[in-house]
Design a protein around this ligand. Structure first.
Ligand code: ATP
Ligand code: MG
Length: 388
């Protein structure tokens, strides 16, 4: 099989000591799965992953996978040759001519890492020789060690590797290496970004969306499905649970105090998310809450929902300003979907003057007295599941 070689820099994974191989294996499986049906040969060595991908695999597929998989700091297409200085120089010149269209680049530098300490030449000498060879072949270029237009990396390992450019990865840790959690995914801007941050630390996500039809339209549900689809290359196999929430909300409206309704609704959501999490072996919840963004996200309100939840609630955006959240939402491609103008259930049922500093014990008592158990059980029974 003819293959092209990609060299991946792994960053934080390489700092792991005893269980490094678990992280590496997870990443390896993920890449093999995402690059199917094309054949791949993957091995790791000293902070690097070497991925040989069947020739003919579309470049945009490779870039889509390598640029959106957590655990990869950067990646580049590379070539290898025998560990012989002349061969390295010849290959570096060839790669410069092929990949880097020197007309667009004025300056370069060569950096060498000599992992094989038995190699007869020192790093500095290798860099110098390769630099000379490139300059001879491309007299229009100059060397600039401080601010180079491009860096040619040479790594002397089992073979010599020439790495002509690096593209940025998502960093973080491979999804599934950090356990499983249940994301509460609304159609808003925040929760998709929270999903990205949770997945970045290696969490595999299920997601739950509470749908209050006909108070929220089917377009609102389609919007959440579109968000899950957009996130999936990062989340790597998200499972979306859609829960019909209308009856629970109507019951809250009927029995709850007006100013407590948002809190009771959030408590019901958290209770259902707990049940779904347990049924799907998730050990935590993830929300898009940020401190003091709205009434239900004050310290007192968050303390109340924490009290209601048996499971740990992760709030990756707790210290984020809205502007910061929007910047990430744009980068990961969820922003344009999130701002589509379909109401979510919270806005329709929200009271004019919601409680901002609830007494945790009092609202917990009111929640119990609301008797939502039956409505919650019925909602869970009508769950719809979409797997991406
Ligand atoms: P977002 O932009 O994520 O919708 P928000 O600022 O609108 O957040 P809230 O409506 O208070 O804030 O929701 C806080 C969090 O609760 C959301 O980030 C999300 O995790 C969860 N949530 C809210 N509504 C729903 C829903 N309909 N289905 C699932 N989760 C929800
Ligand atoms: Mg919302």
């Amino acid at each position: 099989m003819q293959t092209n070689l990609y060299v991946l820099r792994l960053g934080e994974i390489s700092l792991k000591k005893n269980n490094r191989s678990v992280f590496e294996q997870t990443l390896k499986h993920t890449l093999k799965f995402k690059l199917r049906p094309y054949s791949t040969i993957i091995r790791t060595s000293k902070g690097r992953m070497f991925v040989e991908i069947e020739e003919g695999t579309p470049q945009n597929k490779i870039d889509e996978v390598l640029s959106k998989t957590f655990g990869i700091v950067s990646y580049s297409q590379a070539v290898s040759c025998e560990k012989e200085l002349k061969a390295v120089c010849t290959m570096a010149v060839r790669i410069m001519s092929r990949d880097l269209r020197p007309s667009a680049i004025r300056t370069f530098k060569v950096e060498t890492v000599r992992s094989d300490k038995t190699f007869e030449h020192l790093s500095y000498d290798i860099s110098r020789e390769v630099g000379h060879a490139v300059l001879e072949a491309h007299p229009d270029l100059t060397v600039d060690v401080r601010n180079p237009g491009t860096v040619i990396r040479v790594e002397i390992r089992d073979k010599a590797y020439i790495i002509p450019y690096e593209k940025e990865g998502q960093k973080g840790l491979p999804v599934r290496a950090g356990g499983k959690a249940m994301l509460m995914l609304s159609g808003g801007i925040d929760s998709p970004v929270a999903a990205w941050y949770a997945a970045k630390r290696g969490i595999h996500l299920h997601a739950v969306y509470f749908h209050a039809y006909p108070y929220t339209s089917d377009e609102a549900k389609e919007k959440v499905i579109a968000l899950a689809r957009q996130l999936n290359p990062y989340l790597d196999g998200v499972v979306l649970h859609i829960i019909p929430f209308t009856d629970v909300q109507l019951r809250i409206k009927q029995v709850g105090l007006e100013e407590e309704q948002t809190l009771l609704m959030r408590a019901a959501m958290v209770k259902i998310a707990n049940a779904l999490a347990r049924a799907n072996e998730c050990t935590a919840l993830v929300t898009g809450e940020a401190l003091s963004q709205v009434a239900s996200q004050t310290l007192q309100s968050l303390s109340f929902t924490d009290h209601i939840s048996d499971l740990l609630i992760l709030r990756p955006l707790i210290g984020f300003d809205k502007e910061e959240i929007i910047t990430v939402a744009k980068r990961i491609g969820t922003f344009d979907i999130s701002i589509l103008p379909f109401e979510d259930c919270c806005t329709i049922f929200s009271p004019k003057h919601p409680l901002i500093k609830p007494d945790r014990e009092v609202v917990t008592r009111h929640y119990r007295e609301a008797g939502l158990g039956e409505a919650i059980e019925a909602a869970i029974e009508q769950e719809e599941i979409i797997t991406f």
